[in-house]
Design a protein around this ligand. Structure first.
Ligand code: IMP
Length: 199
């Protein structure tokens, strides 16, 4: 069976491909399909964006498609940036801009008030069928500084509960075991195995 990952984010492709190592499943990504316009992530929920991405790419490629949408929900910011995590520091901003903005906003918050939740919704769309979604969560806190060199996005400022290192200080396979995306992908893997059996 073949599936397409509805993302051009290399870090996501790596994390997803590592988790979904299933014999007889080949994983394609958008680099295998040239000149596709970006899917605009304009829904108000992670679920809405994940379903939109999976559905648009599936209808173009005619393949089973997996899309993820992720948000970082910071307690003291009432759940912001949430679904707007990518452009938190403004249109065209970098990961570094987002992290610096977050650290500044929380500069006066003590450790006990720095709680946050990373949430990923994965949508799987089989052509002709309704998209199915699964969710993964990881609680943690926003550190007072950036640390670690691995990963991407908010990884250098997010310390998962029960650990001392940020996501960016962890290997990809360790992050994948405990992370929001890893947990969503464990559920997605079960769905894919079921689909493969039905084929
Ligand atoms: P999206 O799912 O690509 O829309 O991601 C939204 C924002 O969250 C982007 O700024 C990503 O860089 C960030 N992000 C997504 N997944 C992760 C992750 O696993 N770690 C850290 N940041 C992430």
């Amino acid at each position: 069976m073949e599936i397409v990952l509805a993302t051009r984010n290399r870090n996501k492709v790596k994390e997803i491909s590592e988790k979904l190592k299933i014999p007889e499943l080949s994983i394609l990504n958008l680099d295998n399909f040239k000149n596709f316009p970006e899917v605009i992530e304009d829904r108000r929920t992670l679920e809405g964006n994940a379903v939109k991405k999976a559905s648009e790419i599936s209808s173009r490629t005619k393949h089973i498609t997996l899309a993820d949408d992720t948000g970082l929900e910071v307690d003291i910011l009432n759940g912001a940036p949430g679904v707007y995590s990518a452009r938190f520091a403004g249109e065209g901003c970098t990961y570094q801009d987002n992290n610096i903005k977050l650290l500044k906003l929380l500069s006066n918050a003590p450790k006990s008030k720095r709680g946050a939740l990373f949430r990923t919704v994965v949508a799987i769309k089989v052509p002709g069928k309704k998209a199915i979604t699964v969710e993964g969560r990881c609680r943690g806190r926003i550190d007072v500084k950036l640390s670690g060199t691995k990963g991407f996005g908010y990884d250098p400022v997010f310390i998962p509960s029960g650990y001392k290192k940020s996501y960016a200080g962890m290997s990809l396979s360790f992050k994948n075991k405990i992370s929001h995306r890893g947990k969503a992908l464990d559920k997605a893997k079960k769905l894919l195995l079921k689909l493969m059996k039905e084929k």
